[in-house]
Design a protein around this ligand. Sequence first.
Ligand SMILES: [Zn+2]
Ligand SMILES: [Zn+2]
Length: 337
Amino acid sequence: MGQMMRCAVWYGQDDLRLEQRPVPRVGPGEVLVKVAFCGICGTDLHALAGKPMTKGFVPGHILGHEYSGVVTAIGAGVTTMSQGQHVVGSDGMPCGKCIQCRNGAMRYCVQPVRTKEGAWAEYIAVPEGCVYPLPEGISLELGAMAEPVANAINTIQSSPIDLQDTVLIVGAGTIGLLLVQLAKQRGAGMVIVSEPNTMKRTLAKELGASVTVDPVQEDLLDVVAQITGGVGVDVAIEAVGLPQTVQQCIAAARRGGTVMIHGWAEPHVEVPLRPHEMIAKLLTIQGIIGRCWDKALKMLGDLQVRLLITRHFPLEEIHQAVEFMRAGQGVKVLIAP
Ligand SMILES: [Zn+2]
Ligand SMILES: [Zn+2]
């Protein structure tokens, strides 16, 4: 057996085990990345709560998909990467072969290629198309934030936010706090943020939110009505993944407004819709997912990203890190394997 590595493996609800596994071999077209940092994402917490959001989560799976690291080996046929290259990565890429990809609609690929394992590990082997070179001058720590930044950019770029629009962002986790900054850059006038966690509300203010609302203490819809003179917001972005918050966004949007659903909800979750309201309000409801990597790498240095990194934990303390996140003490926690 070759060299061994430490990794954190998911087996089900509250069952995350630190294990030793062989360092993966790089296959053709793959690169081996020595992981520097990997974030804990809300979807990882869902998996640990026994509610995995995606099909890839089979027991025995190494979690972690927001990583940065250094290429230490390249497989046969790799042309875009070399050893020593600093990279950031994700857990998938368009297949290039399905009908959507063949028609040039790669973002709607119906069978994206997934990395075999995640990056809560010392090493991860991935297809070269899953990683992107980190620009010089950007640290590996900041690089681990590229994935959420790429996500938030994709959402704002796909939104109809126009100059001086009033935008509601529900949820001020990492994504919500990035959306606040990007919505302002896109030209939004008033940005309203709804978030029950005091620390996150304070950060939202610091990062450009015009108004923050504690939805436990205040009626969000009353606040929206007050601010917009009863009209509603131009664009409401849901960044939580709960039925109530989707409903809040629908109710808060103005006539002709847009609701964007970014927060992953559990697959079985349903939200009651009133078609009458959809029609009467001429609402656009848009599900959104995707990543603008190149723009994220260009913007990483300009956005206030470091403020969102609350703490690092070594891989050995992954359980403490998860508890820290569950207690709502962190915005983004990075694992340093
Ligand atoms: Zn994520
Ligand atoms: Zn495809």
